[in-house]
Design a protein around this ligand. Structure first.
Ligand code: SF4
Ligand code: SF4
Length: 448
């Protein structure tokens, strides 16, 4: 059966093969991370307008209650990750650098105080599409694969787009990260609830769960739960980076190309990450909000690497202590090594979009000298969307950011990092592209 599924499996052109480094964290079951004594809950954890705080300093709050409301449709509420007292509403450090508004909570450390009582139950099968989309917004769920885009907004597809397939992205192609792998093994019923909710919201007749063929245990685990009518199926695609990118997965599974500048809905697809749908499937039927998520904690010098169910807002310092970090110095990355964000402070919390905390020994992450481009074309051969990273890099050095955008399709770059990875001259191409995009955005804002 599995061989039949793999026979003729498809992939996408170009991309790269990476060492996986997943064995340290993908074999053991997910454990619960204890509650840190203090939680830092930023109001802007998602793409769109930040949530609006509705609590005050000194207020007693209960785990699961809303502490910040959604500010319009392009926003989601934030729920208390712990029972405790609001210590402060002020500025807190972010993983991206700088500071932003956050609710700081002193946790009530008795475990009995952290129980959640279920008051409500939503019969999602009897709800209308509009009611369901509102209920998804009420959960506060955003893309847990790292994008942090509000899920309910993605589920409200444009009038002129008919969705034929929900693609459920379980590729998790970044090295080290195994969160989605564990979710697919441990939260199958929640995942299927989430898929059915999504199919109803976008009015799609079928869904396909796409996994890389390094997770065949997931096929064995999920197949017995799939409906006989083939409305939900699971397929394996080749293990290759960046297979989990939306364009790559759509092409590999269905041969569908998402054109430059188009949305997946324009080609009849709604694409969601597995952890996102499993979370919606667990929360929405109970009327609960997002207060915790599974993250991979892995890398060097850790006594207890693995996957942890962690309250949103847990500071990195607490996470490293709990995972038993024994090194002197380390580079910390939130997310994976290819697309993650390096962080300098341990006082940064995990947020809704955090899928992993990666600890890398400083000695292994020292950067090599940047040398001139030798026109080897390796970056062109690696770029999965056929950009010309070499030329884009040369334009970035000359600060010709407008030319990069207008003539070399800079905005199609989804920052996978393949080009930087293969470059023998150590040119940090993807960093150049991130800077160029940021400066272009600022220029467009100034131009009105
Ligand atoms: S980072 Fe951008 S330019 Fe480089 S390989 Fe990925 S998509 Fe292509
Ligand atoms: S891989 Fe590096 S050296 Fe080779 S063409 Fe691209 S930018 Fe130049």
């Amino acid at each position: 059966m599995i061989l039949a599924k793999l026979f003729g499996k498809k992939t996408f052109p170009k991309g790269i093969h990476l060492e996986e480094y997943k064995d340290e964290s993908n074999v053991a079951a997910t454990r619960r991370l204890p509650f840190a004594p203090e939680m830092i809950v930023p109001l802007a954890q998602h793409v769109g307008k930040p949530a609006k705080s509705i609590v005050f300093k000194g207020q007693h709050i209960t785990r699961g209650e809303i502490i910040a409301e959604a500010d319009g449709f392009m926003s989601v509420p934030i729920h208390a990750p712990v029972t405790g007292v609001v210590k402060e509403i002020g500025l807190a450090k972010t993983a991206q650098g700088g500071k932003q508004a956050a609710i700081i909570i002193s946790t009530a450390l008795s475990s009995g105080q952290q129980l959640i009582e279920s008051e409500q139950s939503n019969d999602y099968l009897s709800m209308s599409r509009e009611e369901l989309i509102q209920a998804v917004q009420n959960t506060g769920v955003v893309g847990l694969g790292g994008a942090a885009f509000p899920s309910h907004v993605k589920m409200k597809t444009p009038e002129n787009c008919a969705i034929h397939t929900v693609l459920v992205n379980g590729c998790e192609c970044e090295p080290f990260l195994t969160t989605d792998h564990r979710v697919m093994l441990e939260r199958i019923e929640h995942l299927l609830h989430g898929i059915r909710i999504t199919m109803k919201c976008v009015d799609a007749p079928k869904a396909i769960i796409g996994i890389e063929d390094n997770k065949l245990d997931v096929l064995h685990a999920i197949e017995p739960y799939l409906p006989d009518d083939q409305s939900i199926t699971i397929k394996a695609v080749a293990t290759k980076y960046p297979q989990g990118a939306q364009k790559m997965l759509a092409y590999s599974l269905l041969g569908i190309e998402i054109p430059s500048g188009s949305r997946s809905s324009e080609v009849g697809l709604a694409i969601f990450n597995v952890a996102t749908l499993a979370k919606i499937g667990s929360l929405l039927p109970l009327g609960h909000g997002l207060i915790e998520r599974i993250i991979t904690i892995t890398g060097d010098s850790l006594e207890n690497p693995g996957n942890y169910l962690a309250p949103i807002g847990t500071p990195l310092r607490y996470i490293l202590n709990h995972a038993g970090f024994t090194g002197d110095e380390a580079s910390l990355i939130i997310g994976g090594p290819m697309m993650g964000t390096p962080v300098r402070s341990l006082d940064v919390p995990i947020t809704k979009g955090t899928g992993g905390v990666l600890v890398l020994d400083e000695r292994l992450t020292k950067h090599n000298d940047i040398l001139p481009c030798i026109k080897c074309t390796q970056c062109l051969q690696a770029c999965p969307i056929n950009l010309n990273p070499s030329e884009l890099g040369l334009l970035a050095i000359k600060r010709k950011y407008d030319v990069m955008e207008e003539q070399y399709h800079l905005n199609d770059c989804f920052e996978c990092g393949c080009c930087s990875y293969v470059c023998p001259s150590n040119i940090p191409l993807v960093q150049y592209f991130r800077i160029a995009k940021t400066l272009n955005r600022e220029r467009h804002l100034q131009d009105g």
